[in-house]
Design a protein around this ligand. Structure first.
Ligand code: GLC
Length: 666
């Protein structure tokens, strides 16, 4: 494969995001797009044109027909009418009579009107200067490969990060975690990680551990490590404004915080209360923040999730004061329609105002830059700093690192999760589109909160979500405090949950190998059908995904359904799997099928000429127990099939993974 011919076009004076790692010569003329004087880009769309990309944001795989914004935002209401979520992935594929891809490189606000105002037109408007990269290719995977040529290869986490991660906001102390682990063990359900949410810290102060709840953290880590369990603590972006806390004092003394116009710290409210926002755009400040992870790596921690880094702002100190002043004027008044709602909105509209981003400044190379100008790379800079520091602290090991906020470029250093979804069937279905879209931008290690973060999950939803989740590289059950407990042993049906969880572990060599192949080849792990098949119907399928080129999954996303319609572009062998060893199989012709699928089953489809390697799972408690050297395989027919397996042990830091591929014949 030759590299695509990438064209580069610069408008204004863009801030360097660091996303692009390849030198591309500038062109004066852009094909396809009309550039207006204000820098807006537009083109008309043929009726059959499909638009892909923009990362795991709202709505489906085909982005046509809605208005999206690149405006990283902590918004926990993931409803259809939203325009932006936590990440800005300015990558768009236009798949019509013209087939090309573009990457719009700018850390500021971008509006993507993708057939929203006029269903046959695209219009893209950036607030600030940008660099646009545009390339053509024959196929959709090659268009994605173009982005990798431009922005580099994805992060590959350690093998254990592909195991199962049990999380919940609300595990308070060592004993809570011991109990969770004990239950999984007792029920013979494999587990690799437990996530630690805010409660492990001392009053939500990053890099601290509550002595009361974790009297000897390093010792506890050793205890869990002995059982093959990794702890994955959360790290939030904002630092508590507490003069008695050395990390905060140092941040103040060194001037490593975002400032108001007058140079004083910009105080905001986040989980710990009053906080400062570290200035991650300042390389020295970012490196300083990265060094703080040592408090946890020294205790043996090897995995982290970086949160609240859009940045999330519940209120700014100044606005909160104004609101309190204003609210007094409502006292003792006869509140009518207008005044009552005005009063109610005073508090309701305090959180996550875009206006806050115009109230603070970064300092980059002595220059002051307003917050909104760099909004979309704030969390990326935080997580890149963590990745760099972790490499310095643990040069011989790969670590687990994922972030909520993201911008393309971060995919080289970390994964992402898709934030605060809900225990809704619609969010299970949406997860399918998110998984493919995240991979297009390079975030191969990504995933949604399985079972849904907000709201109360039901056993059937958890099982159906698990049936899709077992294929997801980032495989985590996470839920909000106060919601119905959501561990996979909370809903009865233990045999069903165990069977599907074990299937994940049987698939681990396959999942890891397909992941590494995608990372090495500039490809994707999850692919929409249209990326593999060229028939017209495949282009419209949004709820079935390929994993690599040979395997397809089709989750049931509807409550009380006893199966689902599945479209097969070519004959495939169906495995209706209840566990690695308990399944039935049938050969299906191309076309549409209604396939039954009971709650304890996972529908897995195999193409002719491919196989699905499976590991032994008897006695497997976590990824450490999975034996990559003893694999069997599910096959389409009797003909011998070869499979390239990647087995590098899964922890070493060097990433020349090529040499670990070996071909097996089944
Ligand atoms: C944010 C995160 C969520 C976490 C919570 C508390 O909402 O997205 O995953 O549980 O903060 O830390």
């Amino acid at each position: 494969m030759t590299d695509p011919n990438i064209r580069k076009f610069t408008f204004g004076k863009p801030f360097p995001t660091g996303a692009v790692i390849r030198d591309v010569p500038e062109t004066a003329h852009l094909p396809y797009l009309t550039v207006s004087e204000d820098g807006s880009l537009s083109m008309s769309l043929a009726p059959e044109t499909i638009l892909y990309g923009l990362g795991p944001t709202v709505r489906g795989l085909n982005k046509r027909g809605w208005l999206y914004e690149s405006a990283n935002r902590d918004d926990s209401q993931h409803t259809e009418e939203k325009h932006a979520l936590y990440g800005s992935h300015n990558f768009l594929i236009v798949d019509g009579p013209a087939r090309f891809a573009l990457f719009l490189d700018t850390p500021g606000w971008v509006v993507w009107d993708l057939g929203y105002t006029d269903s046959d037109r695209i219009s893209i408007t950036a607030d600030d200067g940008f660099t646009l990269y545009l390339w053509e290719a024959e196929t959709l995977p090659e268009l994605v490969r173009g982005l990798r040529v431009l922005t580099g290869a994805p992060y590959v986490p350690p093998l254990w990060a592909f195991g199962f991660n049990q999380s919940r906001w609300g595990y308070r102390d060592e004993n809570d975690l011991r109990e969770v682990i004990r239950r999984y063990r007792e029920l013979d359900m494999p587990l690799d990680m437990v996530s630690l949410d805010l409660d492990y810290m001392e009053g939500c102060r990053d890099f601290t551990v509550s002595r009361e709840r974790f009297p000897d953290f390093a010792d506890f880590n050793r205890e869990l490590a002995g059982e093959g369990i990794h702890m994955v603590p959360i790290v939030d972006a904002a630092l508590k404004a507490d003069e008695a806390w050395p990390v905060y004092r140092e941040c103040l003394e060194k001037g490593f915080f975002c400032r108001k116009e007058d140079g004083s710290p910009f105080f905001v409210g986040v989980w710990p209360g009053k906080c400062v926002l570290p200035d991650f755009a300042d390389p020295e400040a970012a490196a300083w923040f990265g060094r703080q992870y040592r408090a946890l790596t020294d205790a043996g921690v090897r995995g982290f999730w970086n949160d609240m880094n859009e940045p999330a702002i519940f209120y700014s100190e100044d606005c909160l004061r104004e609101v309190f002043e204003k609210i007094r004027t409502f006292q003792d008044r006869d509140l009518d329609l207008d005044s009552f709602f005005e009063m109610r909105n005073l508090f309701g509209s305090l959180s996550h105002r875009d206006a806050y981003l115009r109230d603070y400044f970064h300092t980059v190379g002595g220059e002051r830059i307003r917050g909104d100008k760099l909004r979309n790379i704030y969390g990326t800079r935080m997580t890149e700093a963590a990745a760099k520091a972790l490499k310095e602290q643990l040069p011989d090991e790969r670590v687990l690192l994922f972030s909520r906020s993201s911008y393309i470029g971060l995919h080289r250093s970390a994964g992402i999760w898709y934030g605060d979804n809900r225990s809704w069937w619609s969010h299970l279905k949406w997860n399918v589109a998110q998984a493919a879209a995240a991979g297009m931008s390079g975030f191969l290690y990504s995933g949604a909160d399985i079972g849904g973060f907000g709201g109360d999950a039901t056993g059937d939803l958890a099982l159906r979500w698990l049936a899709f989740g077992i294929f997801s590289p980032l495989f985590r059950n996470h839920s909000i405090r106060g919601s119905r407990p959501q561990e996979f042993w909370r809903f009865g049906r233990e045999e069903a949950f165990r069977g599907v969880l074990k299937l994940r572990y049987a698939l681990l060599p396959f999942i890891y190998s397909e992941f590494v192949k995608a990372a090495l080849s500039g490809g994707m792990y999850f692919l929409p059908l249209s990326f593999v098949f060229s028939d017209a119907r495949s282009r419209r399928v949004e709820d079935q995904l390929m994993i690599g080129e040979g395997v397809m999954t089709a989750p049931v996303c509807e409550q009380n359904a006893d199966g689902r319609f599945v479209y097969l572009p070519e004959p495939m062998r169906l495995f209706r799997m209840r566990s690695p060893k308990d399944f039935d199989t049938e050969l299906l012709p191309a076309g549409d099928h209604f396939l039954s699928c009971t709650l304890n089953e996972v529908l897995v489809f195999l193409r002719k000429g491919y196989c699905l390697p499976l590991a032994e799972t008897d006695g497997v408690r976590n990824s450490r127990d999975v034996d990559f050297s003893r694999l069997s395989a599910l096959k389409y027919d009797e003909a011998p099939v070869s499979y390239t397996l990647y087995d590098d042990g899964g922890v070493r830091s060097e990433l020349s993974l090529e040499k670990y591929g070996r071909t097996l014949v089944f």
